[in-house]
Design a protein around this ligand. Structure first.
Ligand code: GLA
Length: 394
């Protein structure tokens, strides 16, 4: 294996050191603290979270670390070891219409917290992340959640974890302008080592389910296709409004409320396009519940058929897969993965594979060969460990 818990820990320590050192260099003082928030892999339940449905993500050992310190004036400064322009903005100039690009995610969260009544004052923030961007692993949610936990604690907001997660989602919706659901932020905020988060996105009830990977001798492998996802934002918004249209046509608040029988009865009314979009959501919700049953029984090794059905549904009915994702999934399965599917919004990004421990090296070596045979640029496959959610580290 090329990475694992030990490598993950070493990287995290290095990130903490890096943000502390940069903070000192830039401000001439020590930060008040260092916080961290992870990316996520969604095991199953894709494109269900904006339909009031079910999701089952895990937090991973790839994260954004932030060193943060209070200032005595009302300026918010932010710099990242990965992202572009440093930010230096007055607190009265953040929020919708405020700084754009990467800065919108972090200043957006500061704005939402202030809207919620947290008296966030001037703050310096230094970020370092190792969640690959644009890879469907929620680097945005990690940035938002790291900001949220840091500012909440620095300014004594005492919001609970769900409120902080929803603050991240609201920043992305209202400041960044992306109509995402709440799965990624909830996973980043509430994730727990070796557990999957079973989340009902209507009630926001969340339950930690033991993932049982270690006991089953399985390793979670991510295959980052590195494929640029052209027009992903527009396509995501289009899927979301199709779902809303289908729900309206069936007279329900959200597709969560539709049974397979109701869906079939509405087939003609919906027309082929909306029917297939809705069918993905209805069947995917049912698959999440089945997956949760399997995990509860300690049967993670039997997730394969559900992952396969999810991938097929995303590819054929929801049309958000890509050639790269299909090659990644097929390549991993051919190599002996017990299950694989695209994860995240799709249109490029990453696939996940559940791989017997003894076959991990083979999968890491063979999937890139499958890409080469298909004439595709090399992907980046790597092992992830199911880790803890957002927390203070120093
Ligand atoms: C993105 C969004 C999530 C969710 C997934 C698809 O990651 O941020 O809210 O909709 O896509 O399941």
């Amino acid at each position: 294996m090329t990475t694992g818990p030990a490598a993950g820990t070493a990287t995290l320590d290095a990130q903490v050191e890096r943000v502390r050192a940069t903070f000192r260099e830039r401000t001439g003082r020590d930060p008040d603290g260092v916080w961290v928030a992870p990316g996520r892999v969604n095991l199953i339940g894709e494109h269900t979270d904006y339909n009031d449905g079910f999701v089952l993500p895990v937090a991973i050992d790839r994260q954004v670390a932030v060193a943060a310190g209070r200032r005595s004036d009302d300026r918010l400064t932010a710099v990242s070891h990965q992202a572009g322009e440093p930010v230096d903005v007055g607190l009265d100039a953040i929020g919708p219409g405020g700084p754009g690009g990467w800065a919108a995610y972090t200043t957006g969260v500061a704005w939402v917290l202030r809207e919620l009544g947290v008296s966030v004052g001037g703050t310096d923030l230094v970020f370092d992340g190792n969640v690959p961007g644009g890879a469907g692993l929620s680097s945005s949610a990690a940035l938002e959640c790291a900001t949220a936990v840091a500012l909440d604690e620095l300014w004594d907001g005492r919001l609970d974890r769900q409120a902080l997660a929803l603050a991240g989602q609201r920043a992305e919706n209202e400041v960044v302008g992306a109509p995402v659901g709440a799965m990624d932020q909830m996973a980043s905020m509430l994730g727990r080592r070796d557990h999957a988060l079973f989340l009902d996105t209507r009630s926001m009830e969340a339950e930690q389910i033991p993932a049982g990977l270690e006991g089953a001798g399985l390793t979670l492998v991510v295959i980052d296709t590195r494929a640029p996802h052209a027009n992903a934002d527009g396509a995501y918004a289009e899927r979301r409004s199709s779902c809303e249209e289908a729900a309206r046509a069936m007279g329900v608040a959200a597709l969560r409320d539709v049974t397979p029988e109701q869906l079939d009865a509405a087939r003609d009314r919906l027309g082929g396009h909306l029917y297939r979009r809705a069918r993905h959501v209805v069947t995917e919700n049912a698959r999440v519940l089945e997956a949760v049953d399997l995990l509860r029984r300690g049967d993670v090794g039997r997730l394969g058929p559900l992952l396969a059905a999810s991938h097929a549904s995303l590819r054929d009915d929801y049309e958000v897969s890509s050639r790269e994702l299909d090659v990644a999934v097929d390549g991993a399965l051919e190599c002996g993965a017990v299950g694989a599917r695209m994860t995240g919004a799709g249109f490029g990004g990453s696939a996940l594979a559940l791989v017997p421990d003894g076959l991990v090296d083979a999968v890491l070596a063979t999937v890139p060969e499958a890409f080469a045979r298909a004439g595709l640029p090399a992907p980046d496959p790597f092992v992830v460990v199911v880790g803890d959610g957002a927390r203070r580290l120093a």
